[in-house]
Ligand binder design. Structure first.
Ligand SMILES: Nc1ncnc2c1ncn2[C@@H]1O[C@H](COP(=O)(O)OP(=O)(O)O)[C@@H](O)[C@H]1O
Ligand SMILES: [Mg+2]
Length: 251
């Protein structure tokens, strides 16, 4: 019995996090039940991402990119397999601990911005700080500073419908950043933007990466994926390739 436990521990450690890892998945499966049908969105994903990596997850529509992003972001739990976020085995955390680690570690950016339509840019960016109980004065000061850092200092009192697409996405990025997360997860962040505005948003991600953030970017556009330093391609719920981007190889 003692020997079995020892062997098991060795196996778990082999697949688990090593120093410098921030995201580690081992044989991650996600199966959705649709009536009497099962959809295997992920079929055994093994992914290891280190602190301050900049990774693009590519793949055709329906390949499982958003499902993987939601698992990495602790917005959903796997049907099978293990996930360690910054050294924590996520399956062992209770709901409160999960919410805390998610708020602390992760900033989300979505294709459709997901801003509150009736709230000003400032209020949208303050929201995560309201949820975690930051005092009002500090909240406003931090939200303002974060909006200034994405060059929206002059647009703070505007509502989303008074802003351009690129400005809305910058508000969403400020909201993702206001808690100083270590990881930015972005799911098709340029999907609703023209290519020039998309490039501006990608320049902002470059900047965040150079400041030490880990960035995981989901995209189906090869040009956008090239901004990252590593490109992981996913097909039918499994990793089909994993290699440095051209940009990285040329550096
Ligand atoms: N909530 C859900 N319920 C049922 N099936 C889903 C759900 N979310 C995604 N799927 C299915 O899982 C597969 C992967 O979807 P998704 O992760 O959204 O792919 P991608 O982001 O690469 O387009 C698709 O076949 C999709 O239809
Ligand atoms: Mg998707």
């Amino acid at each position: 019995m003692a020997t079995e436990t020892a062997v098991e521990t060795t196996l778990i450690n082999a697949a688990g996090p090593r120093p410098g890892d921030i995201i580690v998945t081992d044989n991650l499966w996600k199966t959705y039940e649709m009536g009497d049908q099962e959809v295997h969105a992920l079929r055994g994903v093994n992914l290891r991402i280190r602190h301050n990596e900049y990774v693009a997850i590519m793949g055709p529509s329906g390949s499982g990119k958003s499902t993987l992003m939601n698992l990495i972001g602790c917005l959903d739990s796997p049907s099978q397999g293990k996930y360690w976020l910054n050294g924590h085995d996520v399956s062992e955390l209770n709901d409160d601990e999960l919410a805390r680690i998610r708020n602390k570690e992760i900033g989300f950016v979505f294709q459709t911005f997901n801003l509150l339509a009736r709230a000003t840019a400032l209020h949208n960016v303050e929201l995560p700080l309201i949820y975690n109980g930051t005092p009002a004065a500090e909240r406003t000061q931090r939200a303002k500073a974060t909006l200034e850092s994405v060059n929206l200092g002059t647009r703070m009192m505007h509502k989303p419908n008074e802003l351009s697409g690129g400005q809305r996405q910058r508000v969403a990025i400020a909201r993702a950043l206001v808690n100083n997360p270590s990881i930015i997860l972005a799911d098709e962040p340029t999907g609703n933007l023209d290519s020039k505005t998309g490039d501006e948003i990608m320049a902002l991600f470059d900047d965040l990466h150079s400041k030490g953030n880990t960035i995981v970017l989901v995209t189906h556009e090869p040009d956008i994926a090239e901004y990252a330093h590593r490109i992981v391609t996913i097909r039918d719920g499994v990793i089909a390739s994993d290699h440095p981007s051209t940009r990285n190889r040329n550096q």
